[in-house]
Write a new protein. Structure first.
Length: 161
């Protein structure tokens, strides 16, 4: 099973995924590590990515999901996966063992987090476009991410079972 922790930039995907991978003892991957340099440059310059920009990135992550399902009992992937069609690609159109976990958080809280974030390529001016792109999760787990890291991870683990 690959657990894909997703949400808008600043929702806590990386922090939650790292912590969760230690708690359930499994590998962790960060989707940001798979973005081509051109995508990171666009975001750094305040230019929102479109579907074409995300294509290569999603293809790489889809291959990672397939590989992870073959090699490990469980894996955590932190990835924005804002649209249903992106989630379909990541789950190979629902043929892979994948559970999506949406970190849900109010825009004001995320904006505050992004303002205090250092050394990250994501430009906080893109936050509105993230919320405009975000599509409702049909199947998976939705977590209120406005609580402690421990509480978020405990909620996720409880809902995984």
């Amino acid at each position: 099973m690959v657990y894909i922790v997703f949400g808008v930039a600043g929702a806590g995907k990386t922090e939650v995924s790292k912590f969760l991978s230690k708690k359930i003892n499994c590998p962790y991957y960060d989707g940001d590590d798979y973005h081509p340099k051109s995508n990171k440059e666009k975001m750094k310059n305040g230019i929102a990515l479109d579907d074409e920009d995300r294509k290569e990135w999603l293809d790489k992550l889809s291959k990672l999901v397939i590989k992870s399902n073959k090699e490990y009992d469980k894996t955590i992937l932190a990835c924005s996966a804002l649209k249903e069609k992106y989630r379909d690609i990541l789950s190979s159109n629902k043929t892979q063992e994948v559970l999506f976990i949406h970190l849900n958080l109010k825009k004001e809280i995320v904006a505050r987090r992004l303002k205090n974030r250092e050394n990250h390529f994501f430009n906080a001016e893109l936050l509105d476009s993230q919320y405009e792109t975000l599509e409702k999760l049909d199947e998976g787990i939705i977590i209120d991410a406005d609580q402690s890291l421990q509480s978020v991870c405990n909620d996720i683990i409880n809902k995984m079972q």
